[in-house]
Design a protein around this ligand. Structure first.
Ligand code: ATP
Ligand code: MG
Length: 228
């Protein structure tokens, strides 16, 4: 069967450190996310937001349990886990070559699929980014992606996730990522995609279904924001 068929996430008493004798950077984190929900994760610098992302992918040393769609991550091959749960990092790195290569490194998809993903992710509708209208699948990318803005790189990383039909997407926002890009990132997602957005400011994630506030590696609040 195809896993995960839904993007449900369950985290139970998760603690984490960067090395087996290092200090705990996450302590006793528990929360549950239903398929298709959008969770905003907020906390000051150093509170553990990016560490939580790494722990969800078992990139650092963890205790406790994480499961996606009912399957615990410690029973899943790490390459499979990391190919199914897409993380868009604060500053995405691109491959050198073309946008096409970045979206489809194994040449599995038609251009129409790739262009749809770029459109859904919002690459062509960004008036605020000069030159964006002229980007195409054949546009050249330099190593790391240094010829594109951080926001453009995040959109391309999102498009890659759309092409792969990831059910779980984690977006670690950069301070630089502006509101237009954040909105188009969210609007490009299917209804059944679970989204975790890490933000530096509460107001950028006030439209989320749930908010998780971290401080010093602990959850200090987990709530549904009020909407007017
Ligand atoms: P920011 O908003 O600046 O991105 P953050 O909330 O993502 O901050 P983390 O990067 O998760 O914060 O850092 C949490 C703690 O983990 C900090 O005390 C930090 O020093 C520690 N830490 C982060 N990266 C490493 C690392 N590679 N090795 C050891 N400790 C680390
Ligand atoms: Mg961070």
């Amino acid at each position: 069967a195809y896993w995960p068929s839904s993007g449900a996430l369950r985290v139970e008493q998760l603690s984490a450190r960067y090395s087996s004798d290092g200090p705990l950077v996450l302590r006793d984190i528990s929360f549950e996310v239903k398929s298709g929900e959008h969770v905003g994760i907020v906390g000051r610098t150093g509170s553990g937001k990016s560490s939580l992302v790494l722990a969800l992918l078992r990139c650092i040393v963890t205790e406790g349990h994480v499961s996606y769609d009912g399957i615990q991550t410690d029973t899943i091959n790490l390459d499979i886990l990391r190919s199914k749960v897409t993380v868009i990092p604060q500053v995405p790195e691109l491959l050198s070559g073309s946008l096409r290569r970045n979206l489809d490194p194994f040449e599995q998809y038609d251009d129409a699929v790739l262009n749809d993903a770029l459109r859904s992710a919002g690459l062509f509708s960004l008036q605020s980014e000069p030159g964006t209208g002229s980007l195409s699948l054949d546009s050249q990318t330099s190593s790391g992606g240094s010829n594109l803005s951080v926001g453009q790189r995040q959109i391309i990383a999102l498009a890659r996730a759309l092409v792969r039909e990831s059910k779980i997407l984690i977006l670690d926002e950069d301070y630089e990522t502006d509101a237009v890009i954040q909105r188009s990132l969210r609007n490009g997602l299917g209804k059944d995609v679970t989204l975790l957005t890490i933000a530096h400011r509460l107001r950028t994630v006030m439209d989320a279904d749930k908010l998780l506030i971290l401080d010093a590696g602990r959850i200090v609040s987990w709530f549904t924001p009020l909407r007017s």
